[in-house]
Design a protein around this ligand. Sequence first.
Ligand SMILES: [Zn+2]
Length: 173
Amino acid sequence: MSILRIAHYPEPVLLTVGKPVLEDEFNADLESLVGDMFETMYEAGGVGLAAPQVFESRRLFVMDVPDEEGNSKKLTLVNPEIISVEGEQVGEEGCLSFPGLFQTVQRQMRVIVRAQDVKGRELEHDLRDLAARCVLHETDHCDGIVFLDRMSALKRQLAKRKIKALQKTGKWE
Ligand SMILES: [Zn+2]
């Protein structure tokens, strides 16, 4: 396995709609990509990572939001499709493609998502709280949407100013 390079905003790949993973692409190459994505995510200290964030413009992501007991909950969602959402939550969100930037984002509290696993099996997941936030954030990445787009206009202006300052530190490239 290997650590992949993470795309930082505003890399064009982050703003591009990912291609669906086709039936004949559920193979060893996909499993290897997923393995590398998990390793890259853990190394970077994230709870979710989408393929466009590692320069693969495809609709898939990995996540691991531990349960209340702290047990690892590894999930691979390929071709994710949000089936339904309910409620709302407001909380601080970060993104590995925006190193050092944390902003309050409003999301739904619960999400039902249909996706394929790495073997191509179709599954439905019913998730809440941080796991729901993560699914919504990562599904957005698959669609070329970044969390900046989910902020109010005022917060987005503030975030863009912070990004400029962070870019000057040299840690952003
Ligand atoms: Zn992100």
